[in-house]
Ligand binder design. Structure first.
Ligand code: ADP
Ligand code: MG
Ligand code: MG
Length: 257
């Protein structure tokens, strides 16, 4: 049983212009995610959802100014990005990074070696990756292509789930993994997430803009995220309300203070 606990988290983001003041984005986030639980975070564009995922993963541009993140009581904020991955945290990014010159197969094996603490046995690894790629409808030729280079939006997202499948984290943060997917890709990606959930009893933080993916991945909890904070938490029925009425009720309440 693993618990990711986020308490009163405040995060600034450094601006590209180094002389400019950092911007205060997260304003006191509280959230607890446990093994086997799926939490959907829904909120308007620019509310800070990706900032939250980057802060958990340890992106250097995102400065935690106060509050805490712990994994089973261990201080995540004290860990390097690598240590966070080894501790069992995984982030599927909203905009996966292209890494020209590094093949997918090399990248995946290096990542698996780092997370598992030893290189996977080659024969076993080949079988494992092949099965995972087949399940995600990824052509074998992708193994030799550079990481995400020239991939379509949907191909990038499927590769994020391929990493999820192979790295088997304890807690997975999926940042808008559904955006830009057509119906077939959405189904394939969702099935991959559900397999992870069943096989690893993983905890999932599913960040999304749309309720569409929640027809495939059933959340236990739905959180509304507005203006750098969780402003409401409830069961799956909250997603239905959002589908119907949008975020208006929450954004106007946030503005009113
Ligand atoms: P969301 O994922 O909910 O759409 P983000 O976390 O991406 O929101 O962004 C929240 C706010 O922080 C936005 O106003 C965005 O412009 C700003 N922001 C995020 N990252 C950066 C950055 N690296 N530099 C400048 N502003 C940023
Ligand atoms: Mg956005
Ligand atoms: Mg985002």
């Amino acid at each position: 049983m693993t618990t990711l606990e986020i308490r009163d988290l405040h995060v600034d983001v450094a601006q590209t212009d180094a002389d400019a003041e950092p911007i205060h984005i997260l304003k006191g986030v509280n959230l607890t995610v446990k093994s086997g639980e799926t939490h959907a975070i829904m909120g308007p564009n620019g509310s800070g959802k990706s900032t939250l995922s980057y802060a958990i993963a340890g992106h250097p541009k995102y400065q935690v100014t106060s509050g805490s993140i712990t994994l089973d009581g261990e201080d995540v904020l004290e860990m390097s990005v690598d240590e966070r991955a080894r501790a069992g945290l995984f982030l599927a990014m909203q905009y996966p990074v292209e890494v020209p010159g590094v093949s997918m197969s090399n990248f995946l094996r290096t990542a698996a070696t780092a997370v598992r603490g030893e290189a996977p046995k080659l024969r076993h690894w080949v079988k494992e990756t092949k099965e995972a790629m087949t399940a995600l409808d990824i052509d074998p030729s992708f193994s030799e292509r550079s990481v995400n280079e020239g991939f379509s939006g949907g191909e990038k997202k499927r590769h994020e789930i391929l990493q999820l499948d192979l790295l088997k984290p304890k807690i997975a943060i999926l940042d808008e993994t559904d955006s830009g997917l057509d119906v077939d890709a959405l189904r394939v990606v969702s099935e991959g997430v559900n397999r992870y959930k069943e096989q690893e009893n993983g905890g999932i933080l599913l960040i999304t803009h749309y309720t569409r993916i929640l027809r495939y991945i059933k959340p236990d909890y739905v959180h509304v995220f507005v203006n750098g904070r969780v402003v409401e938490s409830a069961g799956p029925e909250l997603a239905d309300e959002l589908e119907e009425n949008g975020y208006e009720r929450f954004t106007s309440a946030a503005k009113a203070g």
